[in-house]
Write a protein that binds this ligand. Structure first.
Ligand SMILES: [Ca+2]
Ligand SMILES: [Ca+2]
Ligand SMILES: [Ca+2]
Length: 134
């Protein structure tokens, strides 16, 4: 029994806990080349948008934004609702996604490596646009 426990502890020590950011990175890196390309990121955010846009109208209205927490909803509208009509349309969403991507892409090679990614994850003040994709 003791041996078993020691073995389990060893495995935990060696592998370490997989953080949420790491999991998200793996999920986003569809072609498994170890980087998140701009395309991979945009695809993931588009998926989030489609999931939230329940009626497929091409914009997220008040009811659809209910899926978010109140704080997130406020942040999203403040950040993305450029024409201030109270809803977020697909273009507004994509523009925000691209903006966030370039913020994270420190060396501007249109790819995020795991270092850029985890740094960005700890810096983001509003919740990621991809949280509903997984
Ligand atoms: Ca990739
Ligand atoms: Ca809609
Ligand atoms: Ca709008």
């Amino acid at each position: 029994m003791q041996k078993f426990i020691i073995a389990v502890v060893m495995i935990l020590v060696l592998t370490g806990p997989v953080s949420g950011a790491e999991k998200a990175f793996e999920a986003l890196d569809k072609d498994k080349d170890g980087i998140i390309s701009q395309q991979e990121y945009v695809d993931a955010t588009a998926k989030t948008f489609n999931k939230l846009d329940k009626d497929g109208s091409g914009h997220l209205d008040k009811e659809e934004l209910e899926a978010l927490s109140e704080a997130d909803r406020k942040d999203w509208l403040a950040e993305m609702d450029k024409n201030r009509d109270g809803r977020i349309d697909r273009n507004e969403f994509q523009e925000e996604a691209l903006e966030r991507f370039s913020t994270a892409d420190a060396d501007e090679n249109r790819c995020l490596d795991s270092r850029e990614w985890s740094k960005w994850q700890t810096q983001q003040r509003v919740s990621p646009l991809i949280q509903f994709s997984f």
